[in-house]
Ligand binder design. Structure first.
Ligand code: FAD
Ligand code: 2HG
Ligand code: ZN
Length: 476
C-alpha cells in the first residue's frame, strides 16, 4: 500500500534527478495531462515531467526503474483508448514529450527526415513540404497529436490505402528502454536486415516497452495533382464495387476512400460551422474519394470518367467533384469533423473495427440490424476508412442521455459488435490501439499463444513493469 508520505518522498527525490523546470507539480499545471481526450479516465500523478533531452528521458526512466515507479508516456493526448492517462494511485510519473520537438535532419535526396517524438504531426508535414517533399500520414488530429504518439499507437488515418500505417512510414527509431538504455537506430536505409525488428516492435507498443524519442521517417515527392469527389452510393455493396473500380482504373493514385452514412453528414451539418452538402438530394450513403499523383496529370478528368461509368452501372447515384482547393477543403471538412460533431451531439460509443473489405457490406447489414433492434434509442454513425476495411462503428445518443444509461448498455453492445467483427475475420482495434480501454478485449480475442508471447516480450524489456502499467496488458 502506497501512502502519501511515499509520494512526497518520491517527489522530493525526483526533483534531484530532473533538470530545473522539467517537473510540473501544481494541480493547475498537471490537470490537462491527467484527463484523457474522451474524458473517460481521470488519473492522478506523482508529477508531470517535460524533459528537454534524450539524456534526461534516460535519467528519469532509470530512476523510475530503480524505484519501481510507473511511467506514463504522453504525446498530444489525443488517443482514444486512455493510454496516455495515469491511473488513480497518484504514484505514476507522466512524461510528456512536447519539448523534444526538433526537426533533426531532412535529407531530400534520400527521401527521409529525422525528427523528435514531440513534433506535432502538422509540424512534420510542414517540414517535409518546406523541403519539397511529402509526408503522407494524415489524421483529423494532426494539429495536436505528436509523431511519438503516432508511432506508439501505429496510427492509421486517411491515407493508409496508398501509403500504409505509421509503422510503414518509419525507417528508423530512437527509444529509451525502461532501464534508461537508449536504442538509437535512426538509419534511413530501405534495406537493413540486421536482426530482430526492434523498430517494428516499439512502434504500436503504446508506451509499454519504452519511450520513443525520435524517428527517421520516409518521405515522398510532393503531390502535384489531386482530384477529390463526394459520391452518393445506393448502399455499402455499391461502395465496395466502386472501390474496386477505382483501384483498377486509377491504381495507386487512389489515396483515400472514406465511407459516410447520411446520419454522419447530418451530424456535421448540424453541429459544425460553415459546412454544406454539395449534392442536392439526400442519399443514404456517401463516399469521399481522392486521387493524387506525383506527376502533373488530368486527374479530375479521370475521376469524372470513372464516376460517370459507375453512375451508368448504378454504383453511383450522384457525385460532386471539387473544382478548387477550397472546395476540396470543404469536402474534407465534412469528413474530418465527424468526430467533433459526434462529440457535440451527445454521448457516444465507439468501435474502431476492421474487416476484409469484401465483407464490409455483410458486416454492416448484420451489425446495423442488431443495433436497430437492440439499441433503438441510438443513432448508428458507421463511417470511416472503408478503403482499408476500417470502420468507426459508432453509436450516438441524444444530448442529455444520462452517461450512466449509456455506460450500462456499453458491455452488451461492445460484445455483440466485436463478436460479429471476429466472426467476419476482423479486428476489434483497427487503428486506435488497446490502451486501458481494450485490455479485456485483447484477452478475449487474442490466442493464448499470442498473449503469452506478448507477456514474455513485456517481461524481457520491462522486468519491473514500470512502462505504462495496465495498458495493452493487464498490470502485474
Ligand atoms: P497520446 O494520446 O498522447 O498517446 C497515445 C499512446 O501512445 C499512449 O499509450 C501513450 O502512452 C503512448 N505514447 C505517446 N507518445 C509516446 C512516445 N513518445 N513514446 C512512447 N509512447 C508514447 N487515430 C488514427 O489512427 N486515425 C485517425 O484517423 C485518427 N483521427 C483522429 C481524429 C481526431 C479528431 C482525434 C481527436 C483523434 C484521432 N485519432 C486517430 C486518434 C489519435 O490522434 C492517434 O491515436 C494519435 O496517434 C495519438 O497521438 P498522440 O500524440 O496524441 O498520443
Ligand atoms: C477518424 O477517423 C478518427 O476520424 C475518429 O479515427 C474515429 O470517431 C471515431 O471513432
Ligand atoms: Zn479513423
Amino acid at each position: 500500500m502506497n501512502t502519501s508520505a511515499d509520494a512526497a518522498e518520491l517527489r522530493a527525490a525526483l526533483r534531484t534527478v530532473a533538470e530545473p523546470g522539467t517537473l510540473l507539480e501544481a494541480e493547475a499545471d498537471t490537470a490537462p495531462f491527467l484527463l484523457d481526450q474522451r474524458r473517460q479516465y481521470q488519473g492522478r500523478a506523482l508529477a508531470v515531467a517535460l524533459p528537454r533531452s534524450v539524456a534526461e528521458v534516460s535519467r528519469l526512466l532509470a530512476w523510475c526503474n530503480a524505484r519501481h515507479v510507473g511511467v506514463v508516456p504522453q504525446g498530444g493526448n489525443t488517443g482514444y483508448c486512455g493510454g496516455a492517462t495515469p491511473d488513480e494511485s497518484g504514484r505514476q510519473l507522466v512524461i510528456g514529450l512536447q519539448r523534444l520537438n526538433r526537426i533533426r535532419a531532412i535529407d531530400a535526396a534520400d527521401y527521409a527526415m529525422t525528427i523528435e517524438a514531440g513534433c506535432l504531426l502538422a509540424q512534420a508535414q510542414r517540414a517535409a513540404a518546406e523541403a519539397g517533399r511529402f509526408f503522407p500520414l494524415e489524421l483529423g488530429s494532426a494539429g495536436s497529436c505528436q509523431i511519438g504518439g503516432n508511432l506508439a499507437t501505429n496510427a492509421g488515418g486517411l491515407n493508409v490505402l496508398r501509403f500504409g500505417m505509421a509503422r510503414d512510414l518509419a525507417l528508423g527509431i530512437e527509444a529509451v528502454l525502461p532501464d534508461g538504455r537508449v536504442i538509437q537506430h535512426l538509419r534511413s536505409l530501405r534495406k537493413d536486415n540486421t536482426g530482430y525488428d526492434l523498430r517494428g516492435l516499439l512502434i504500436g507498443s503504446e508506451g509499454t516497452l519504452g519511450i520513443i524519442t525520435a524517428a527517421t521517417l520516409k518521405l515522398w515527392p510532393q503531390l502535384r495533382s489531386t482530384a477529390t469527389a463526394l459520391a452518393a452510393v445506393p448502399n455499402a455493396a455499391a461502395a465496395v464495387s466502386l472501390l474496386a473500380r477505382l483501384r483498377t482504373l486509377a491504381a495507386e493514385r487512389l489515396n483515400s476512400y472514406e465511407l459516410l452514412p447520411r446520419a454522419a453528414l447530418d451530424l456535421v451539418i448540424r453541429h459544425i460551422e460553415a459546412v454544406a452538402d454539395p449534392l442536392g438530394a439526400r442519399h443514404d450513403w456517401y463516399v469521399l474519394c481522392e486521387l493524387s499523383s506525383f506527376a502533373i496529370e488530368p486527374l479530375d478528368a479521370l475521376l469524372e470518367q470513372i464516376l460517370g461509368d459507375a453512375m451508368a452501372a448504378g454504383e453511383v447515384l450522384d457525385a460532386a467533384l471539387a473544382p478548387s482547393e477550397r472546395a476540396r477543403t470543404n469536402l474534407w471538412r465534412l469528413r474530418e469533423n465527424v468526430p467533433e460533431a459526434q462529440r457535440r451531439a451527445g454521448p457516444s460509443l465507439k468501435h474502431d473495427i476492421s474487416v476484409p473489405v469484401a465483407r464490409l457490406p455483410e458486416f454492416i447489414a448484420q451489425a446495423a440490424a442488431w443495433v436497430q433492434e437492440q439499441v433503438p434509442e441510438g443513432t448508428l454513425i458507421a463511417y470511416g476508412h472503408a478503403g482499408d476495411g476500417n470502420l468507426h462503428f459508432n453509436i450516438s445518443f441524444l444530448r442529455g442521455t444520462a452517461a450512466a444509461l449509456v455506460a450500462a448498455q456499453e458491455p452488451l453492445i461492445r460484445r455483440a459488435i466485436h463478436d460479429l467483427v471476429a466472426a467476419h475475420g476482423g479486428s476489434f482495434s483497427a487503428e486506435h490501439g488497446i490502451g486501458r480501454l481494450k485490455v479485456g478485449e485483447l484477452e478475449r480475442y487474442a490466442s493464448s499463444a499470442e498473449m503469452a508471447t506478448m507477456r514474455e516480450i513485456k517481461r524481457a524489456l520491462d522486468p519491473n513493469g514500470i512502462m505504462n502499467p495496465g495498458k495493452v496488458l493487464a498490470a502485474g
